[in-house]
Design a protein around this ligand. Structure first.
Ligand SMILES: *Cc1c(COP(=O)(O)O)cnc(C)c1O
Length: 489
């Protein structure tokens, strides 16, 4: 599989690159991203073949079919990390919660959020490419709370890779922050930023293209990469669970092979939804992909009106903070797929200079053939959490946004796969508030309360965080990031 660029080629970058090159240097010409030149058609034969495959067998065959330049032994080692999930025989359970609504639980990995699905194997792949080339890499990760813990967890003590992780101070839950600041390894640096997630993400983008920073790295013989979902090394692992979840429904006799489903995805940077889109392109029977958002509803407006409009907008802090994003990076890959490189470059430069672009009516209709969208506010989300709990299911506020989108967008009577992206333990104050009305300012109080109400134990890996020493105390202004990272190196 070869990769090409969403904004066309500038004559400096290569016209086409391999998977491992796209992983090492994820930013393409004109600030664009890399996308597969072509995707294979997997079709029903592939699905039927894997009807009774384990997650790992399915994932391996898909990766081999895509033809990536990663040795088979490395792929095996990467996929073996799914053995660390709660149930190694099925890392992603799919459970019925309502009529026609099935929840695919993507959070059973070590950091209790769906970022583990891709970052766990990605860590092995990147570190092995770096070792093979005898090169040192710095991963810069900007996180709104879940990418950071998952990236730190996967790269901890791995050879030839260091991680500097930026998070918005006050913009994450206690558990997320503790998962990061208690990580103690010489190759990890965690930095709190005074600002929001978009500040952290744009600081990261600036660093990736800063000449002084790059010169300093060159002198130290360290190259830069990124572990956020602009990196295709993450997206590729996110295609697998959409196929797996579909097959789970066939196995459970909920649908017949070939029957169409809705995918209902709580979205921020659009990596999860993009994985579903690629699965659909490769032949997964999907009627539509429903994009669920919170009050930061730029994706809802894009899909329903064709306008990406950030004029006068700023990020609002919500009860589903992993989706508090206005600049949703992977939308660019969808634009490329629908409208080609020239148009994508035009739209993305309009967004960068005017904070606005508008698709034509024709383009908007094309988008709406594949996507539907709605958003859910905090109060509605809590209502859905309470209602699901009263019917025996405990879910987090990100997952709850999908229930609203299901009510609004699943207009045909077909089965819907809702993706649950975080365990209840990661956003406990909101959940405790939804269940009993209580207001907890500390995660620990909320965890204990929910645990009692739901008669579910607090998982050990979460409980232990509260007594671990803080290894990463730094919180700084965003202007000081470059200096701070250079001193870590
Ligand atoms: C990252 C994240 C999302 C958003 O996923 P994208 O792939 O960025 O759209 C949703 N929910 C949770 C809990 C997350 O951690």
């Amino acid at each position: 599989m070869k990769f090409i660029e969403t904004r066309g080629n500038d004559g400096i970058h290569s016209q086409e690159i391999t998977f491992s090159e796209a992983i090492l240097s994820p930013i393409a010409s004109f600030g664009g991203l890399y996308v597969p030149k072509a995707l294979p058609e997997l079709g029903e034969a592939f699905l039927t073949k894997h009807l009774n495959s384990s997650y790992k067998v399915l994932a391996k065959d898909m990766l081999m079919t895509l033809g990536i330049d990663i040795e088979e032994s490395v792929i095996d080692e990467a996929l073996a990390l799914y053995d660390k999930f709660d149930d190694p025989t099925n890392p992603v359970p799919v459970v019925k919660v309502r009529d026609d609504l099935y929840v695919s639980e993507l959070y059973h990995g070590p950091t209790r959020a769906f970022k583990d699905m891709a970052l766990q194997p990605f860590g092995i792949v990147l570190s092995s490419i770096a070792q093979k080339r005898g090169e040192e890499y710095l991963i810069l990760a900007a996180t709104s709370g879940d990418t950071g813990p998952a990236a730190l967890e996967t790269f901890k003590n791995r050879p030839n890779v260091r991680v500097a992780c930026l998070y918005p101070d006050g913009g994450t839950s206690d558990v997320q922050r503790l998962q990061m600041v208690t990580e103690d390894a010489a190759n990890l640096k965690v930095i709190g930023i005074k600002g929001d997630f978009d500040d952290a993400q744009s600081a990261l983008k600036r660093l990736l293209s800063s000449p002084t920073f790059n010169d300093a790295l060159k002198a130290k013989k360290i190259s830069l990469s990124a572990a956020n979902s602009v990196n295709f090394g993450r997206i590729i692992f996110q295609i697998v669970y959409h196929i797996h979840s579909y097959l789970e429904l066939v196995r459970q006799n909920v649908i017949q092979m070939g029957e169409k489903v809705y995918l209902d995805v709580p979205s921020g940077n659009f990596g999860n939804a993009l994985g579903g889109f690629y699965a659909m392109k490769m032949g997964l029977p999907v009627e539509k992909i429903i994009i669920a958002s919170n009050e930061n509803n730029v994706l809802t407006r894009l899909i329903n009106t064709g306008r990406y409009d950030l004029r006068g907008e700023s990020v609002v802090a919500t009860t589903s903070p992993a989706m508090d994003i206005l600049i949703s990076s992977n939308v660019e890959r969808i634009l490329y797929d629908f409208f080609g490189a020239e148009r994508t470059k035009e739209l993305m430069s309009a967004l960068e200079s005017n904070r606005f672009y508008a698709l034509s009516d024709d383009e908007t209709m094309k988008l709406q053939k594949v996507f539907a969208a709605d958003y859910c506010n905090g109060a509605e989300g809590k209502g859905y959490i309470k209602e699901a709990f009263d019917h025996g299911y405990l879910m987090d506020p990100h997952t709850a946004t999908c229930f609203k989108a299901f009510d609004c967008c699943a207009t045909q009577k077909i089965k819907t796969i809702v993706y649950s992206t975080a365990e209840w333990t990661k956003f406990s104050p909101t959940i405790a508030n939804a269940l009993s009305g209580e207001v907890d300012s500390r995660d620990l109080d909320a965890l204990e309360s929910i645990s009692k109400t739901a008669k579910m134990p607090i998982p050990n890996m979460i409980k232990e965080l509260f007594s671990k020493p803080i290894a990463q105390p730094v919180v700084i202004e965003k202007e000081d990031i470059e200096k701070e990272i250079l001193s870590f190196l």
